[in-house]
Write a protein that binds this ligand. Sequence first.
Ligand code: PLP
Length: 428
Amino acid sequence: MSNYKIGTKCVQSGWTPKNGEARVLPIFQSTTFKYEDSDQMGRLFDLEESGYFYTRLQNPTNDCVAAKICDLEGGYAAMLLSSGQAANFYAMFNICNAGDHIVSASTIYGGTFNLFGVTLKKLGIECTFVDPDASEEEINAAFRPNTKALFAETIANPALVVLDVEKFANIAHSHGVPLIVDNTFPTPINLRPIEWGADIVIHSTTKYMDGHATSVGGCIVDSGNFDWDKYADKYPGLTTPDESYHGIVYTEKFGKGAFITKATVQLMRDLGSIPSPFNCFLLNIGLETLHLRVKQHCENAAKVAEYLNNNENVAWVNHAGLPDNKYYSLAQKYMKNGTCGVISFGLKGGRDAAKKFMDNLKLAAIVTHVADARTCVLHPASHTHRQLTDEQLVEAGVQPDLIRFSVGIEDVSDIIADIEQALEKTFA
Ligand code: PLP
């Protein structure tokens, strides 16, 4: 659907029914698929023919939804996974072996910070964290001969740092590695990182894409733009024979589809983080209204940020739409129509006031989740990031008093009234 506008793609991309077929994407709730010819099944296993045989590898419902997200991001190929965590892990593990190294922005989601800093380390893959606002020279200094990827979030959770995608893409490419970005918060409605040079885009579809807090999921979209063969020595998994597939060379056989094919037929085969077709069906329903919801989230967030900014009990507000925000000009460059619905702020009275305020909210609920239709709130230092040391908290851009406020799509006057009554009780 490449010529349609993004709103049309949200509604219609992925599933195009033929004459007499279901109008709505069907749920192919089947683990397996039937063949009448044993040789054909053999050819599928050899990757000589494409077709479905086992849902751990591919499923028609899942593939249609992956195709929709791929279309929204302007990618070449995509795959769905059971969570955003799995998506980030697969994206790295697809090109890194023990003894390799990656560079990542330090201001990333706490779970990803742990994944890279602790779990990948156990597998022999080291990560150097860099301040995304550091100069090119400083970030360049983190690279080593065995560095295989540069990673960052386009809008960091919860620090809300706006990434200079072009700067990061230039740095990555000057070292002959792909830029992998997690685009969960802006979504392709507000930012399409491939257009600015990113090579691989990750989503926790759990957030705005699903949008209703019903299904955990992840997605990897490959632009198909990174030339693995040019750096063949660095990426032997893609450019030399895979013994587990009779010596197939992914770049030779699948060209621009090499990265996603390998992640599907090798990593998904061996590690099995597949989402259920039912969850993918729900994700697709969410995607059908993504363009409408993201617009409303952004409009509401801008009004809430302005309200907080003018409140005497609020110490600071972080929202890239506010003209005095550090990231205002980057946000204007990359996300003219808005950033996301998540804002953060601190109260005069610090950590204790933050807890009191949250306990006094009525409409906004304290939940771990972020970025769905309902307004919700979280104190990262006590919740999602509680496993980080104070030093790591600062590195991740999380002040101890930071309240992460995920503005929903309710009527914004009710959201502001809720904040107002909670502030009044907190500071009574
Ligand atoms: N990336 C970002 C930016 C996130 O906010 C999260 C979760 O909050 C993840 C990845 C992990 O995704 P999931 O919870 O779907 O595993």
